[in-house]
Design a protein around this ligand. Sequence first.
Ligand code: GLN
Length: 305
Amino acid sequence: MEKTLKEILNLNRKYTNYGQVASYIPELKNAKRDDLGICIIDKDNNIYKAGNCDTKFTIQSISKPIVLAMALMDNDWSYVFSKVGMEPSGDPFNSIMKLETNDSKKPSNPMINAGAIVTTSLIKGASVEEKEERMLKFFRKLANNDTLDINYEVYKSEKTTGDRNRAMAYLLKNDGFVQGNVEEILDLYFKQCSIEVDVVDLARIGINLAMYGVNIENNERLLSERVSRMVKTFMITCGMYDSSGEFAIKVGIPAKSGVGGGIMASVPNSMGIGVYGPALDKKGNSIAGVKVLEELSHRYKLNIF
Ligand code: GLN
């Protein structure tokens, strides 16, 4: 398997020359555009790696399905979905437009920034510190890695430049989709995006979702089967933003990308996959990462349809 993974990386390495490393969060532009790595964890807990597997990068939007799972465990589902929708937006991840034009003004889904700010606001905790602690603990459990932590440079970088998200969050408060202190909600959102991971962490999160919420290493249930199904369904319909349709056709695996260059994919009942390649297409997805997943899906017939 590792030999095949190396081969797939080598075949697709040329795509690291296309696109751009994200720079709208200034700290992200320090990534090396020719890095490319993959890790697969299968349901027998075999771990296969190739390329830049130890490179750390921030999780960014891959935090969205995880925080969605928390919001669904912390609240009544009907309450969650009264604040955030279930439909693909077809718009860029940071679009503000539908907060005005949607009939209800509700954010379309929890995989775009507006919807993710809502799910972050639904995390329970007596104080901001407790919410942050619970969040980090859940990420560590899902990645099976107690050392996961926030990259404070990236966090500060986004906090000082994240005015588009700030604008969205205030609009969401004005329209009743978030309650409480907007700056505190944004702070938690920027922190969740700044959690540092590698492809092994992403593959572990992917396999935990693939096995319907049960950690195959110790049999611990991390989330319910139904929540894990909902999260994967959002990943397939909205996880690659306004490329989700094309990705479903070409790759056919529930996946979530982040502007840090990572993609986490989860093949139900079979495997978790983490890929990393920081140069992104215009929609914010890793160009080489998507190509690698496409090739992998064809070779191993991973398309869930
Ligand atoms: N932190 C980023 C933002 O809010 C996450 C976006 C992404 O990964 N697509 O803009």
